[in-house]
Design a protein around this ligand. Structure first.
Ligand code: ACO
Length: 325
């Protein structure tokens, strides 16, 4: 069985920036509340007409550039997203065309914030099975397009972004451990009720604001801490490494208090926590990829470093991974 390694990383943040002060003007909130309860300072928002596939293409170009590859070198594209350009065709297929790839497969998978780690696991499987050699895995969401800007409980949290990695077949395996899970019984604490087959779009569904994210923040918080710790621990067990021996930990960037709880469980110093949350807020599937790429490009994450990742999201779903960069 062949191994897998990450040869390129990239991310993209749209131009428009929404500051905490912006939210003070539109809902009953404050910069102080947002900073202390979440750790967020700003987020980015797509321009009118800018779609998830456009963000994916920019993140992919950066990852290809780092890998020293061209679009024609890619054998498979996967896009983890809950905000595809359209319900169909797949955003992955649109990216195939926009990026100028050969007629390779391009598809989407939908598992909320857990997309980046589920995507790594799928890329690993496609490559180790021998089916494909070079996989472009993108995790991207334009959550501002499904955010209710009258709901202070959620609107301050979310931003738009894409992150990408190029996974390639290698003699030495560097994707060392995975742990994935889901619990569909908790579907109503984080969801978007309308727009699917259960409640298709109608005048009524729009009037009742069913096409926006609904979240019970505190319930999500509690389960997130437990599941993210468990997922990290299981992925470390599979990799045969103690969490305290990781060079860096990249938790889903959704709340600094959650991220810190995971860091403390792993018995890692503060400088081992990859934290870029203040700069982009919760961008759903892409947060881990953004944080990873930023630290790689800043020269903080170096080749050979062992990185622990852990995530939690709608489903409910969760995942952990241990990666040697
Ligand atoms: N500004 C001011 N006050 C607010 C705001 C706001 N933006 N939002 C909520 N409040 C108020 C609430 O109304 C409540 O007021 P009350 O006590 O008078 O009822 C008070 O603040 C406390 O609310 P809580 O919900 O208890 O606040 P909490 O400390 O739990 O923080 C938060 C809320 C930030 C949403 C937190 O629960 C959280 O981060 N949850 C997890 C979210 C998460 O990790 N999601 C991951 C998956 S989702 C995804 O990634 C797409």
């Amino acid at each position: 069985m062949k191994g897998v390694q990450i040869v390129g990383t990239g991310h993209y943040l749209p131009k428009e920036v929404l500051t905490n002060e912006y939210f003070e003007k539109i809902v009953d909130t404050s910069d102080e509340w947002i900073r202390t309860r979440t750790g967020m300072v700003k987020r980015h928002r797509v321009a009118p007409g800018e779609a998830t596939s456009d963000m994916c293409v920019e993140a992919a170009k950066n990852a290809l550039d780092m890998a020293g590859m061209k679009p024609e070198d890619i054998d498979l594209i996967m896009v983890g997203t809950v905000t595809p350009d359209m319900l169909f065709p797949a955003t992955g297929a649109l990216v195939q065309h926009k990026l100028g790839c050969r007629n390779i497969p391009g598809f989407d998978f939908e598992i909320g914030c857990s997309g980046f780690i589920y995507g790594l696991a799928m890329g690993y499987s496609f490559i180790t099975s021998g089916l494909y050699k070079n996989v472009l895995m993108i995790a991207a969401d334009a959550l501002t397009t499904i955010t209710d800007y009258t709901d202070r409980n959620t609107c301050v949290l979310f931003g738009d972004a894409a992150s990408a990695v190029i996974l390639t077949s290698s003699d030495k395996n560097k994707l060392l451990g995975f742990s994935l899970g889901a619990d569909g019984s908790q579907d109503k604490i984080l969801y978007m009720p309308g727009g699917g087959s259960k409640i298709p779009a109608t005048e009524e569904s729009v009037k009742n604001r069913l096409h926006y994210i609904k979240m019970e923040g505190q319930s999500v918080f509690k389960i997130a801490v437990e599941r993210m710790i468990e997922a990290l621990k299981s992925a470390c067990d599979m990799a045969g490494i103690e969490p305290s021996k990781l060079d860096y930990i990249i938790p889903h960037q959704a709340n600094l208090r959650i991220m810190d709880a995971v860091r403390k469980f792993a018995k890692l110093d503060e400088d081992k926590l990859v934290n870029t949350l203040a700069e982009h807020g919760n961008t759903s599937a892409s947060t881990i990829g953004i944080a990873f790429d930023k630290f790689v490009r800043d020269g903080k994450i170096k080749r050979g470093n062992l990185i622990g990742m852990t995530v939690f999201g709608a489903g409910l779903s969760w995942g952990g991974a241990v990666v040697e960069f």
